[in-house]
Design a protein around this ligand. Structure first.
Ligand code: NI
Length: 168
């Protein structure tokens, strides 16, 4: 397994539209394992393939305390949304920034394939429900801060660029 490099906002590659997964062979299995290691090491509760510069419809999530409930979502689609969400979100591609996003549902039902291509359906609320909406956005080329005001986005981009210069 390996820790993968994460793309950081405002990297243009984060705006790439992910393509459906058709091959569930060893290359995909390795990618999922590497993404899991990367997410746990960060640490984070969700990671989309887009964030590691692989533009396939795949994301992972684990909201358990013990980091032992890895969920893999391939070619996911949200089929039901209900209510409104009041939680703040963050993103491994936008380190140190947390904010609420308008328009998130409190509960969602998602249909997807697991890592072996087997279909499943999951209904989730709370952190996992929010995480699913956030990660699915990555596959559509959207980063959560792009829902915020233009002014906030400019401040965030400036702050992240400054931090990157410092760490080089
Ligand atoms: Ni994210």
């Amino acid at each position: 397994m390996a820790i993968l490099n994460l793309l950081h906002f405002p990297d243009e590659r984060l705006h790439t539209l992910a393509q459906p997964v058709t091959d569930f062979g060893p290359e995909l299995q390795r990618l999922i394992d590497d993404m899991a290691e990367t997410m746990y090491a960060a640490p984070g509760v969700g990671l989309a393939a887009t964030q590691v510069d692989v533009h396939k419809q795949l994301f992972i999530a684990d909201v358990s305390e013990e980091n032992n409930r890895l969920l893999v979502f391939i070619n996911p689609k949200i089929t039901r949304r209900e209510g409104e969400c009041e939680l703040e979100e963050g993103c491994l591609s936008v380190p140190g920034i947390y904010d609420k996003v308008a328009g998130r549902a409190r509960e969602v039902t998602v249909e997807a394939l697991d890592r072996h291509g087997k279909p499943f359906s999951l209904t989730a609320d709370g952190l996992l429900g929010l995480c699913i909406q956030h990660e699915l956005d990555h596959l559509l080329g959207k980063v959560f801060v792009e829902y915020l005001s233009r002014l906030k986005q400019e401040r965030i981009a400036k702050k992240l660029k400054k931090n990157q210069r410092k760490s080089m």
